[in-house]
Design a binder for this molecule. Sequence first.
Ligand code: PFF
Length: 452
Amino acid sequence: MEQKRSGFSGKLGFVLAAAGSAVGLGNIWRFPYLAAKYGGGIFLLVYILLAVTFGFTLMVTEIALGRKAQLSAVSAFSRFNRKFAFLGYLAAAVPIIILPYYSVIGGWVTKYLVAFCSGNISAAAQDGYFNSFISSTGEPILYFAIFLGLTALVALLGVEKGIEKVSKFMMPVLVVLSIGIAIYSAFLPGAMEGVIYYIKPDFSNFSVMTVIAAMGQLFYSMSLAMGIMITYGSYMKKDVNIEGATRQISLFDTGIAFFAGLMIVPAVFAFSGGDQSALGQGPGLMFVTLPKVFETFPGGTILGALFFVLVLLAALTSSISLMETIVSIFIDKFGWKRSLTCLVVLIGSIVLGLLSTLGYGVWADVKLIGMKFLDFFDFISNSIIMPLVALITCIFVGYFIKPQALIDEVETGGARFKSKKLFVVMVKFIAPVFILLILVSSVLNAFGIIKI
Ligand code: PFF
């Protein structure tokens, strides 16, 4: 039975909506701290190489699968082959795990926005500010709830058109602002050393962890291996060129991540007075470093406030796509009303998110395989489930439905699939082997069986 699906208006609508989902905290918050921690220039190089090979292949695969099936992830796999129904569920687990902790970080962004708007910039730039905020109990929960509430509200209203409009305006401003702040930051006294660390690959900084971290980040940042691009592909018109759209989305996504790193990593050098241990501090990097940059800037309060507004909007467009995915899975599966589903997802996410928030405060001593809750959720989704989904998807496409089926989909309406050969070789051979290696080594590493 053919059902009419709602769709994006055209290529621009599709690219913007997909980029709105892809560009988010992953680019501005997660990418810079991973790049700082895992080797600077070498991480950047590995990431870009992975993006144009693995990222490209997987994104084309997911979009083409979705457009061919005209179904969202959970049903798409079983439509092609019943034995693979489980893959849809596995992919669906990812947004369920990510949304709560994503909203915790979204809450931190909201808090900083409020601090900047109320002119509290010098307090926010103090050394202990971030840690004392996240380790308290009430405030982080309040901001987490505000962020999640906003996300749920939009998901409830389903204002797709609104999101498209906001993205159209927001993305260019975000690009301009990121480039501007990156240039400013790179020329702070003492920052040049950081620019070099960030851009110049130093092979002595390379480790297997560089590749594992870069691969996990790639999936996360491009919203891959979690069914999102399958769903979006199912909304895409047949005359839109999948290959071209994929290139544009990746360029957008990687570009914003690159400039975010350039905003933050050199500034870490400038403010740490040569103490490079600051590079390894992880999730707090953006929150600790950027306020210091803004403090030195004439009119920094306004600029900082504007910056956090944009980060918040970028985070919201992503969290909305996460929530929308979960909600539509539940509606499809259980036939619940949208309002009830939103409420259930909201409550579930609050409960899971509370673990992540409190994991920085009163429950700081609770560790799961040596990790705090937030890191644990991040690890499970990015380093385990997503590679697993990507791996099985490649096997599924390479050996069950066969790459030609998707090549035909990409070439619908006479489009030429320029990277066809790369696609086939990647999906059948290179990607599965490589992803398997990554998966096994990150699991062994997490359980302390090998040390990388
Ligand atoms: N890609 C988003 C980011 O980089 O922030 C995160 C994300 C959004 C992941 C939506 C998954 C998703 F469905």
